[in-house]
Write a protein that binds this ligand. Structure first.
Ligand code: ARG
Length: 477
């Protein structure tokens, strides 16, 4: 960043000011240090605007050629890291425009005809965010794919399902993972929906009231790939609800990620011991040599906080803003940028941590969950997870469910006294609890039988789970 902060002539705007801007004010109000990230969108928006101005004969063909040449060079310079960003030029828009005028003269000064930085910045942020949404979409797909890949291997792997974190009923590990696939699938739907409302063009609203030049907003929208126009000029320059929606999408997604991360942390702990992670995804302790910590999962869980924080920040930023544009809106960028960066990095690493990485040369998969199916099964045996199955068995023998529930509670009490699982009670012991319990009851108490029995739509029975995996595979294909 260069330039003398007190040099009035280098400022991007009016001759109205007779005194230079205070150095502190300049630093406080400038955004170029972060909003230069929008440069591609800014150049694309300016090119589309200039082409429309020429097509409408608001500028001539020579001006357009100069603007195109200048902006092409500027883009190349920024790309190559040769562009000199100046703090006194405040933001990305004024930096690029000033350089354009330096390069091509009067044509550069004509570019801003019928436009304001207010509709320009709103357009840039929407264009930029649309591109980021398109980059995030496949990452969200990869995480779902990674979960599906593990699920496919574990349709018959039984684990305890929990309510209140108490062992409840057996479920398959695949079924458990598919719950997260459902969450991420809804996140993907939300993202697609955010895209639709982001992809509307503010340009042409000018400062706030529209413009008297015979502009063609539809042509600009077509060139930039916007699917609709912002229909009210005041709203176009002032609202940022597309950013709020994106941050809300991001927050919900990160909460889902955080729940999965929390389970990974639990499963990794010695008390569960359900999975192990590849060494590359754990970190050690500087004092306890035996430790392998799931730092990645913990950080993913922790980073949900900053994304939710950005949503709160953006909501608060909008609250109480009168129409139309206010400089408050300049504060929309850093939270958005950090949300995008956090989501991209988190989705990428979560997909790898769950599914591992594929070596493109050998096709071999390394890393990913190492599932300890035996430990899961043992845990499922421990908490009388099949008690409901015994009740269901008695219902099939004609007992009302509430009575069956009572009988099974007695059986569980007996098993607890004896320190055994329900399935380990003898036929006589079971019959002593209730005469309707026959020898076939033992079969009903096995984990596999319990799993297979939950065959209602969306249940954990292997056939249901396989159908769900196939549905998701088709959706993601
Ligand atoms: N840097 C400003 C922003 O991000 C651009 C728009 C400034 N408009 C203005 N009238 N000062 O919002």
């Amino acid at each position: 960043m260069s330039g003398n902060p007190l040099d009035k002539k280098s400022q991007g705007w009016s001759a109205l000011f007779s005194e230079p801007m205070a150095a502190l004010v300049q630093r406080y109000t400038a955004s170029v240090e972060f909003d230069r990230r929008l440069w591609r969108a800014d150049v694309a928006g300016s090119l589309a605007h200039a082409r429309m101005l020429a097509a409408q004969q608001i500028i001539d063909a020579k001006d357009l050629a100069d603007i195109e040449r200048g902006l092409t060079q500027i883009a190349a310079d920024i790309e190559a890291g040769r562009f000199e960003w100046k703090l006194e030029l405040e933001d990305v828009h004024l930096n690029i425009e000033a350089r354009l005028t330096q390069l091509v003269g009067d044509a550069g000064k004509r570019l801003h005809t019928g436009r304001s930085r207010n509709d320009q910045v709103a357009t840039d942020v929407r264009l930029w965010l649309r591109g980021e949404i398109d980059a995030l979409t496949p990452l969200l797909g990869s995480l779902q794919g990674a979960l599906l890949g593990v699920a496919e291997q574990h349709v018959d792997t039984v684990m305890p399902g929990y309510t209140h974190l108490q062992v409840a009923q057996p479920v398959s590990f695949a079924h458990h993972l598919l719950a997260y696939v459902e969450m991420f699938a809804r996140d993907a739907e939300r993202l697609a929906d955010v895209r639709r409302r982001t992809n509307r063009l503010p340009l042409g609203a000018a400062a706030l009231a529209g413009t008297g030049y015979p502009i063609d907003r539809e042509a600009v929208a077509r060139e930039l790939g916007f699917e609709a126009l912002c229909e009210n000029s005041l709203d176009a320059v002032s609202d940022r609800d597309f950013a709020l929606e994106f941050a809300a999408f991001g927050s919900i997604l990160m909460i889902h990620v955080s729940r999965l991360a929390e389970e990974i942390v639990l499963w990794m702990s010695q008390n569960f011991g359900f999975i192990d992670l590849a060494d590359g995804y754990c970190t050690g302790s500087s004092i306890m040599p035996q430790k392998r910590n799931p730092d990645v999962a913990e950080l993913a869980r922790g980073k949900s906080g900053r994304v939710v924080g950005h949503l709160m920040g953006l909501l608060t930023l909008m609250k109480g803003q009168p129409l139309a544009y206010n400089k408050d809106n300049q504060e929309d960028k850093e939270p958005l940028f950090d949300t995008v960066d956090t989501l991209a990095a988190t989705l990428r690493i979560m997909a790898e941590m769950v599914g591992g990485t594929l070596d493109p040369a050998t096709g071999a998969r390394t890393g990913g969950f190492r599932v300890k199916a035996d430990a899961m099964e043992r845990a499922a045996m421990r908490g009388y997870a099949t008690a409901t199955d015994l009740a269901d068995y008695l219902v099939r023998k004609g007992l009302p469910f509430r009575d069956a529930h009572e009988v099974v509670a007695q059986a569980v009490r007996l098993a607890l006294q004896r320190g055994v699982d329900l399935a380990e009670l003898t036929g006589e012991e079971l019959r002593a609890v209730h005469p309707a319990i026959g020898d076939d009851a033992r079969e009903a108490l096995t984990l596999r039988h319990s799993l297979a029995a939950r065959s209602s739509r969306g249940g954990t029975a292997p056939a249901q789970v396989r159908a769900q995996i196939e549905r998701h595979r088709n959706r993601l294909a």
